[in-house]
Design a protein around this ligand. Structure first.
Ligand SMILES: [Zn+2]
Length: 71
């Protein structure tokens, strides 16, 4: 059995005024400039908030569409 919730993430939208740093989007490997609204995904199973990932809105939605149902 694999760990439950291994692929689950908590998704938070970051508003432009909240984005005070630049981040690298794992979807397209491009930088998200500071001051740009984006999406933060944190694995539910992760105890460490450092595992959060910052995505462009478009990249995140594209990822979700491609996501397999269950594994
Ligand atoms: Zn991106």
């Amino acid at each position: 059995m694999s760990a439950p919730g291994d692929d689950e993430v908590t998704v938070t939208r970051v508003q432009p005024y909240q984005a005070r740093k630049a981040y690298r989007c794992p979807g397209c490997q491009q930088e998200i400039p500071a001051g740009t609204g984006h999406v933060v995904a944190v694995p539910v199973a992760a105890a460490d908030a450092d595992l959060r990932r910052h995505w462009h809105h478009g990249c995140w939605e594209h990822r979700a569409r491609r996501r397999p149902g269950r594994r």
